[in-house]
Write a new protein. Structure first.
Ligand code: MRU
Length: 362
């Protein structure tokens, strides 16, 4: 199974996803500025993966800290976390992970130490340990999502011969530490020799579907067919898919979900063609502090991703571009939200609260 991020003992090693599918290249990240840049440029991407990456980024940012006092150290850690949080705004996992890192720092000091200097050393060790825990936890969380998701989709299989699902963008192993969210049920089905096939929307402008989803499914031996984004309606109309499964960057309290731009189109199509539209997410992507998707910050990216995204200029000079990286699918188009703690169904205000009493994460 491909792994997006690993700790080498002195650096966070990232699989450079900007180079896929042609090159499998790893980069070693040794400070918070490099991590910020890697997250911003999508060297590492996908909500759960950038959460874990940010946790390592925070440790890398303070590991050489030589503060004399805890107050100075705190200020430094806060500054590093605030900086990393500016890399990408939509995925709540990023802030969730950084809050968790700051929480570990606060918890550690409650245990006391002979001197402030020793305490700073102890906190540094704990922060690295927490980032490593998050790395391992993410794999377990994705496995659980896979189990719950497979229960849902294998029900569809009894009505059809074989099972074909459509996904948008990449919410697979390469968007997490391993397995993925939307693709986890598919890997589980494949492991259990349940015949399964995936239609992968290519996902303009940056082609995460064709470059990344198709790459990782092919590596795992799962049959995959890449389609252009504007072909999803035809595939549904022709009866070639039985369900849609996507990931998400943030789920609001009412069940509205932000995901890669174009997800909303797919959800509307699924409703029209009477197909279930499932969203797979760790509870760290749930943000009950936001009442609805209208409050989710949507990342705007550079226009060159549209005008020069395919390695050459594909639009005339001097025209306008609009490049939101995510859209929000309203809860009434979402059949169910599959998490590691179970499956939330409408009404989401109640079901999400029951799964996530603390508001987000564990
Ligand atoms: O811009 P990206 O590639 O980070 O967008 C990723 C997505 O939209 C994923 O579907 C989402 O982060 C969920 S990943 C499990």
């Amino acid at each position: 199974m491909l792994q997006t991020i690993a700790w080498t003992g002195h650096a966070a090693r990232l699989l450079d996803q900007t180079r896929l599918p042609l090159e499998t290249v790893y980069v070693d990240i040794t400070d918070e500025r490099q991590m910020w840049d890697a997250i911003k440029r999508l060297v590492i991407r996908g909500a759960p993966a950038i959460g874990v990456a940010a946790a390592f980024g925070a440790y890398l940012g303070i590991r050489h800290d030589e503060s004399d006092s805890l107050a100075e150290f705190d200020a430094h850690l806060d500054q590093v976390c605030t900086y990393l949080a500016t890399s990408r705004p939509t995925a709540v996992n990023l802030v969730w992970a950084l809050d968790r890192i700051k929480g570990v720092s606060q918890e550690t000091r409650k245990q006391g130490s002979r001197s402030e200097d020793l305490m700073v050393q102890k906190i540094k060790q704990r922060l690295l340990a927490e980032a490593l825990t998050m790395l391992e936890e993410d794999k377990q969380v994705c496995r659980k999502i896979g189990e719950h998701g497979l229960e849902l989709i294998s029900g569809l299989r009894t009505q059809h011969s074989g099972l074909s699902v459509l996904t948008h963008c990449n919410a697979g192993a390469l968007a997490t530490v391993a397995y993925g969210t939307a693709l986890a049920p598919i890997y589980f089905a494949h492991e259990q020799h349940i015949p399964i096939h995936v239609f992968a929307d290519e996902t303009r402008p940056l082609l995460q579907g064709s470059r990344i989803t198709a790459y990782e499914l092919r590596e795992a031996g799962v049959p995959v067919t890449v389609i252009c984004d504007n072909m999803a309606a035809t595939v549904m109309k022709e009866g070639k898919v039985q369900a849609v499964i996507v990931g998400t960057d943030r789920v609001a309290a009412n069940g509205d979900v932000a995901n890669k731009i174009g997800t909303l189109n797919v959800a509307i199509l699924a409703k029209y063609y009477n197909l279930p539209f499932y969203v797979a997410a760790p509870t760290s992507s749930i943000d009950l502090s936001l009442a609805s998707g209208a409050e989710i910050p949507i990342e705007q990216r550079d226009s060159s991703e549209i005008s020069n995204g395919l390695g050459r200029q594909t639009a005339p000079d001097d025209v306008n571009f609009y490049n939101p990286a995510f859209d929000v699918t309203p809860a009434d188009l979402v059949t169910a939200i599959i998490t590691e703690k179970g499956v939330a169904k409408p009404p989401y205000v109640q079901s999400l609260k029951a799964l996530c009493p603390a508001g987000t994460g564990r």
